[in-house]
Design a protein around this ligand. Structure first.
Ligand code: C5P
Length: 222
């Protein structure tokens, strides 16, 4: 049985997380935050003392991950082995670690079925880097969201400011550029738009505008 899927891929900070959540809410569909799964795999490695480049051990650990996502108002609680790690997986270090384990082909393979199981009735909005190219290649609607690296660094900086966390804008920009390069240059599931994806540049668009654009594309395909 296959269920309708909308994929939203793109680099970090392009607005995928917020837009995917709002579109899923508007449609009453499930949400897959695939980046969170890579972040959980990396966190689990750190906690168990597994080197992030030990492909065999990281893949084993990824396959055995005990994780849960509990939707709450305007957010999702993320659990690892029953512990709430929603904040722990959102640090800059966790993001960098996630991108390192995500470059390992057997880790990506180990997490494939787990991600596909999120496709349930009445439908799924899947947020990631390879949702439209690898995980859900037959999705009815594929969106690739982009924004300039400068804009993405500024968005991240503002988010951190609001959370009372001091960060350096040049450091954030460097981190974003390093992660983009790693995601785009890896051999397995590199970050590229699917051939049939619609590319939306969000550099100078509001969240509301992008959500309504995606919703109108979704409605046109139903
Ligand atoms: O989207 P988020 O920033 O949470 O993802 C963290 C990292 O996980 C990304 O930088 C990317 O390297 C990796 N990732 C991936 N494939 C996905 C989702 C995330 O490689 N589908």
């Amino acid at each position: 049985m296959s269920y309708p899927v909308i994929t939203l891929d793109g680099p970090g900070g392009a607005g995928k997380g917020t837009i995917s959540r709002l579109v899923a809410e508007a449609l009453g569909w499930h949400l897959l935050d695939s980046g969170a799964i890579y972040r959980l795999a990396a966190l689990s490695c750190r906690r168990q003392g597994v080197a992030l480049d030990n492909e065999g051990r990281v893949a084993e650990l990824a396959r055995a991950l005990d994780i849960a996502f509990e939707p709450e108002e305007a957010t999702t609680r993320v659990l690892l082995g029953g512990e709430d790690v929603s904040c722990a997986i959102r640090t800059e270090q966790a993001g960098g670690d996630a991108s390192r384990v995500a470059s390992l082909p057997s880790v990506r393979q180990a997490l494939l079925d787990r991600q596909r199981h999120f496709a349930m009735s009445p439908g799924l909005v899947a947020d990631g880097r390879d949702m439209g190219t690898v995980v859900f290649p037959t999705a009815a609607l594929k969106i690739f969201l982009t924004a300039s690296a400068d804009e993405r660094a500024q968005r991240r900086w503002r988010q951190l400011q609001e959370a009372g966390i001091h960060a350096s804008l040049p450091d954030l920009l460097k981190e974003i550029q390093t992660r983009d390069a790693r995601d785009m240059e890896r051999s397995t599931s590199p970050l590229v738009p699917a051939e049939d994806a619609i590319v939306l540049d969000t550099t100078s668009s509001s969240i509301e505008d992008v959500v309504s654009h995606v919703m109108s594309l979704a409605q046109a395909r139903q």
